[in-house]
Design a binder for this molecule. Sequence first.
Ligand code: PLP
Length: 344
Amino acid sequence: MKILDFRSDTVTLPTKEMLEAMTHAKLGDDVYGDDETINRLELLAAEKIGKEAALFVPSGTMGNLIAVMAHTTPGQEIILEESCHIYLYEVAGIARLAGVQARTIPGINGLPPLEAIKNAVRQENIHFPETGLISLESTHNMSGGMTLPLKEMASIYHFAKEKGIPVHLDGARLFNAAKHLQVEAKEITRYTDSVMFCLSKGLSAPVGSILAGTQDFIVKARKLRKMLGGGMRQAGVIAAAGIVALEGMVDRLAEDHVNALLLAKELNSIKGVSVDLEKVHSNIINVDFYETGFKAPGLASKMKDKGLLVNPRNDRVIRFVTHRGVGKEEVASAVEVVKEILKG
Ligand SMILES: *Cc1c(COP(=O)(O)O)cnc(C)c1O
C-alpha cells in the first residue's frame, strides 16, 4: 500500500543534494564558534530575512522559547493570539521555563486585532504584571495556514514601538507567508524584533530552525540555547542541509500552495465536505467533515487504514498539509480515498 502522508510538512526527507552537502560539510565545535558551516548558515539566514544576526537552534519550539526568555523577565506577561502554536503546542514552556504569564486574545484568522492588543497591554499599577512581549504567528497554523496581512503587522509593530514592547514572530512557515504575500521575507520581518522560522518543514531540511534578531538579542539567545541544552558541537553536519534548504528550496514552496488549493477544491466538491477556499493561503488546509455525519477522528482512522495519513483538529475538522512528498498524483489519490470512505 502506498502511503499518502498529509500529516505535516515536517515529514519531508532531505534531498540528495542535502545529503551530499552534509557529507562534505566543514565542521568544528560550534559551542566554541568553530563550525564554519553553522556560521555560514547563520550569516545567510540573517541576511535573507533582514536581521543583524541569527542562531541555529534544534527546533522551532526551542527557538520560540529562547525568544520569549531573551525578551522578557520572569513574572512578566506576554500577549499572544489564543490559538497560536506557542500557547497551544509548546508544552507550556513559556510558563514553566520562561516564567511568564500568557495573556491570550481571540484572533480573526490568526490575527489578534490591534484594539484588543491595546486593551491587553498593562498600565502601571501595583497589582499588575508588566507586558513584556507581543508574539504573532504567520503563517498561522490553526487557521489553516493563513497569512497575517502586512498592514496589520505594521500597525501592531508601530504601536508596540511606542510602548517599548518587543514583537516576536513565530514564522515557522515564514517563507510560505512570503510566497503567499508575494514579497521578500524581509518585508514581513521588518515588523518584528525577532523571528523564528523552521528549516525542517516545507524547506525539507532534516533538523533545525533559525532564530534571528539584533546582534545583542542573539548574544543573549546563544547563552540561553546553551542553558537549555541546545549547544550542539559539530552541528554543521545538519546545518549543511539548512543551507541547501535556504538556497534551493524556498521557491518550490509555491508548488505546495498550488497542490493545497487543488486538494481543497477537490475535497470541497464532495458532498458534505467543506473547505473555505478563500482561506487557503499556503500549504495547510482545514477540512470540515461535519455535514457528512462522520466524526473527524473516526474518519482519520479509516483514512489511515487506506494509507492516507492526516491529523484531525477536533471532532469535525481534519488538517491536510502539502509538501515535497505529495504532488498532484498523491492529491488525486487522497481525494479518491476520501470519496471511497464517504461512499461507505
Ligand atoms: C512546527 C511549528 C513550531 C515548532 O517547530 P518544531 O520544530 O516542531 O518544534 C512552532 N510554530 C509553528 C506555527 C509551527 O507550525
